[in-house]
Write a protein that binds this ligand. Structure first.
Ligand SMILES: Nc1ncnc2c1ncn2[C@@H]1O[C@H](COP(=O)(O)OP(=O)(O)OP(=O)(O)O)[C@@H](O)[C@H]1O
Ligand SMILES: [Mg+2]
Length: 429
């Protein structure tokens, strides 16, 4: 601000001169303020001595200030209202919303995003961290990341399916721009489609299983009889006295191979059985104890640690033999997977999940890769060497659980953790 020297007046001329200076100063400042407020500037006539008081420029400015302030307060109120409404939509939307800056650092995210993808961190801990660390649990961005594409192209990107922390999402990313058009960040809206995908997969699986089941049942019947004959005749021949060792060995191979064939057929018939479960009231906690006891010799022989985390749960109505078969199939698979794991552990957990009892079998084996995971419930899918596994265990489990009105699923972290979990409906009162 310009400083005005104090007036020291010696004669009339000096008085007039300093008056003029003062008026010029007032006019300049008044006009400066009026133009800031969008009001017409004063012309010289309006600044002579007589009208200066009438016009009351300070009054005009004060009024203008008053109006501007009122306008500002009104705009502020509207802005706060709009912000509250947007915040409510942001927080209560049933979809995940996140905003990241152009370096992929989190600016903010809504409740749903926190619930599904942020795990235990509070806002102070995750804001400013890289989104791929917090949302995807990775050390670096994924090979294909829609947010990066939006940052590079400045355009929205839509992804039909992407997997994050074991769940599936549909994602749209849109650029968030400053007023000058430069990129401020990316808004990412994700819809959790995990349940929809599982339901679709379940239906596809059910269709596939019933087709294979029908075919399998027919073929198994046809093959069973000739296989039984081969086995029977080979055993009969083995009893002959005058057989050379060489022939006995060959016959032994025939017997073993025919037995293996019969086992496969039994599995196939089991898998394609048409029988409905014969229901009884059972406790899944008792069932877990029973199966682990039955398999205890094998578990100990392999040096595996087992832990049980059995919570108080309601009873279920299920076929005890079939559910036992499911549990032992899953534990046997885990045991097999842990064959080369130094400190192999199997945890069996039960808990109530809504209207279902959930049983989880967790192992710290080598895990299942993302490529193989969608295949493991397929009949005859196995990674075991020929002769060791038929690949029917999980498809039988899935058929049994489906017949009970439940669901079964697998999740695996290829770095070494596999979780099989199945849900059975709680017994109706
Ligand atoms: N806990 C597990 N950890 C890692 N891989 C597993 C696990 N459980 C199942 N698998 C994979 O799923 C495949 C299919 O399992 P499934 O029980 O259907 O057949 P299988 O065990 O190979 O043969 P079988 O008919 O004798 O059960 C297995 O071969 C294995 O690759
Ligand atoms: Mg198996």
């Amino acid at each position: 601000m310009r400083k005005i020297a104090p007036l020291r007046i010696n004669n009339i001329d000096e008085l007039q001169k300093s008056n003029e200076t003062l008026k010029r100063y007032i006019r300049e400042k008044v006009n400066q303020l009026l133009s800031m407020m969008g009001t017409r500037p004063l012309d010289p006539a309006e600044l002579d001595d007589s009208t200066l008081l009438d016009i009351d420029p300070i009054g005009i400015i004060a009024d203008a200030f008053g109006q501007v302030l009122e306008h500002l307060e009104e705009t502020n109120r509207k802005l706060i209202n709009t912000k509250d409404q947007l915040q409510a939509v942001f927080e209560t939307a049933g979809v995940c919303i996140s905003i990241v800056d152009p370096d992929l650092r989190i600016i903010s995210c809504n409740e749903k995003q926190r619930e599904l993808l942020v795990s235990d961190l509070n806002e102070k801990e995750f804001v400013g961290r890289y989104c791929y660390e917090v949302y995807c649990g990775n050390d670096s961005p994924a090979l294909y990341c829609p947010a990066i594409e939006t940052i590079e192209t400045g355009k929205p990107v839509f992804i039909r399916e992407i997997k994050k922390k074991g769940r599936y999402f549909q994602i749209v990313t849109s650029p968030l721009k400053n007023r000058d058009g430069t990129l401020k960040g990316v808004v990412e809206v994700s819809i959790d489609v995990t349940e929809k995908k599982r339901a679709e997969e379940g239906m596809r699986q059910a269709e596939k299983l019933s087709a294979i089941g029908l075919l399998g049942a027919g073929v198994a019947h046809e093959i069973n009889t000739p296989l039984g004959n081969i086995l029977g005749y080979a055993k009969m021949l083995l009893k002959e006295q005058d057989l050379s060792d060489h022939h006995k060995e060959k016959l032994q191979v025939i017997v073993e191979q025919a037995k293996k064939g019969s086992e496969i057929i039994r599995g196939l018939l089991n898998f394609s059985r048409q029988s409905k479960p014969s229901l009884a009231t059972i406790s899944m906690n008792d069932m877990v104890n029973k199966v682990l006891l039955e398999l205890s010799t094998q578990i100990e022989r392999q040096g595996i640690t087992t832990r049980k985390n059995l919570r108080p749960i309601p009873l279920v109505e299920a076929d005890p033999l079939q559910i036992e078969q499911v549990l032992s199939n899953l534990v046997l698979n885990a045991l097999h997977a842990l064959a080369r794991t130094p400190e192999g552990t199997i945890i069996v957990e039960t808990q109530r999940t809504g209207a279902f009892v959930e049983t989880r079998i967790v192992d710290n084996g080598p895990g299942i890769s993302d490529t193989l995971l969608p295949l493991i419930f397929d009949p005859f899918f196995t990674t075991k060497p020929v002769g060791e596994g038929v690949g029917l265990g999980l498809s039988i489990c899935s058929g049994i659980i489906r017949d009970h009105g439940g669901t079964i699923q697998a999740e695996s972290d290829p770095r070494g953790k596999t979780v099989f979990s199945f849900l059975l409906p709680v017994r109706s009162p």
